[in-house]
Ligand binder design. Structure first.
Ligand code: LLP
Length: 416
């Protein structure tokens, strides 16, 4: 459930008409709902009340400072994949001791910074990363807390670009080799083995791949105990899907209850790294129809948002609902391709959408709160949209619209 609903014939973001936001701040614009973010975070946190746990929001899904701050105020942890994300968390008031650091390519300076601020754990993705981390920690005279990201070789049944838990993916350490790598890690002077980590993919719509992965990881934890290596936490990563169209993913509460049940009375802290399921349906992208262009073959609605603002449809053929901000009661319904101004045929946000449209109409692309703004670019020298956060009947600019000056500032011509 989210807080973007129709009231009196028009779309509201919490208690504000979306049309009023568009009039005030222009389009395209990302609009987030604080209450929705909070609700989604709490769904995880509340369901795990009776089990030691830490919900580490995956910063990559939406790293706006205000989003991070809203979650930090609720006591969230964070899953980061770069030193840049770490600085965002710190500036947003996040607690470094609740941060886990994932990613296959951590650089020395990033490790150093994470050790200095005292992150909870490094999710180490390769044997060679262990050596690097051990050396960096040694230079600083500290012990780095680690878990190994193991690759349990389960098919998450999701889009190939966002499936990560198969043997052929670049992520993690083959679970069959994990015991050996753990033994090495345990023998390194500057590392402290804390946990086991896995993340099998994103936008999963059923619990069973997670449970398959969990069973394999628990078997590993048992065999590590036989080796004398005791694991304190289990990080199951992120990946729970959301409803974009007809999908019916499990609720976070059902998902975590299933995990907790399988864990039984093991003394393992459960860490989760949800991104999409917290942020996606807490955001919309508001856009205006510039022109209607009907050809013999297709009906195009040219809108002011484009693939540079929201790349998911172009990149993954992702389907996101596109709804009118003020639906017309009459007029002919047609099938429209909603296309942006960028010079690429792949520049569409939706195809074959049945809508009653007029030029000047406002539309809302739903489920745009995750992997939306964060994946935007300046392609075609387009200024990136503002990010706005609604909180009840207030709207806050949490990132202003970019200007051409912002874009050009880092560039220069050759000397005369
Ligand atoms: N943890 C790790 C290690 C991850 O790699 C990811 C996502 C997450 C957590 C969060 O997963 P989530 O709960 O959001 O599914 N850009 C793509 C999604 C890429 C996901 C990458 N990793 C999209 O727009 O669908």
């Amino acid at each position: 459930m989210d807080h973007f609903n129709y009231r009196d014939g028009e779309l509201y973001a919490e208690d504000i008409p979306v049309s009023a936001i568009a009039d005030r701040f222009g389009t395209p614009a990302y609009v987030y709902s604080r209450a929705t973010l909070e609700r989604h975070y709490r769904a995880y946190d509340d369901a795990l009340r009776d089990h030691p746990h830490l919900v580490c929001y995956a910063v990559k899904a939406n790293s706006n400072l205000a989003v991070l701050n809203v979650l930090a105020r609720l006591g969230a942890g964070f899953d980061i994949v770069s030193a840049g994300e770490l600085e965002r968390v710190l500036r947003a008031g996040g607690d470094p001791s609740r941060v886990v650091f994932s990613g296959v390519g951590k650089q020395e300076w990033e490790m150093k910074r994470a050790l200095e601020v005292g992150v909870r754990c490094f999710n180490v993705e390769s044997d060679t990363e262990l050596d690097r981390l051990n050396a960096v920690a040694g230079e600083l005279g500290v012990k780095a807390p680690i878990s190994l990201r193991v690759n349990p070789d389960v098919d998450a049944g999701t889009h190939p670009y966002i499936s990560t838990g198969l043997k052929e993916n670049k992520f993690g350490i083959d679970i069959a080799e994990a015991s050996q790598v753990y033994a090495r890690a345990a023998g390194m002077p500057n590392l402290d083995v804390k946990g086991v980590d896995c993340h099998i993919g994103s936008q999963l719509t059923s619990v069973s791949p997670f449970l398959d992965a969990l069973d394999r990881v628990l078997a590993l934890i048992d065999s590590l105990a036989d080796q004398g290596i005791h694991i304190h936490h289990l990080d199951m990563g992120g990946g729970l899907g959301v409803t974009y169209n007809q999908e019916q993913p499990p609720q976070p509460s059902d998902y975590v209850k299933a995990l907790a049940e399988r864990l039984g009375d093991r003394k393992l802290e459960l860490i989760l790294e949800p991104g999409r399921s917290i942020a996606a349906n807490a955001g919309i992208l508001v856009t205006r129809v510039e022109f209607l262009k009907c050809t013999e073959h297709r009906n195009f609605a040219i809108i002011d948002a484009a693939m540079n603002d929201l790349i998911r449809p172009a990149l993954y053929s992702a389907w996101q609902a596109i709804i009118p901000v003020k639906p017309h009661q009459d007029g002919e319904e047609k099938a429209w391709d909603l296309v942006g101004p960028v010079c690429e045929t792949g520049d569409f946000l939706g195809k074959d959408r049945h809508l009653r449209l007029q030029a000047g109409d406002l539309l809302a692309v739903r489920s745009a709160g995750a992997y939306g703004f964060v994946m935007s670019s300046n392609y075609n020298t387009r200024n990136r949209p503002p990010e706005l956060m609604v909180d009840g009947d207030q709207v806050h600019v949490v990132r202003r619209r970019e200007t051409l000056e912002d874009q050009l500032a880092p560039e220069s011509c050759l000397p005369e």
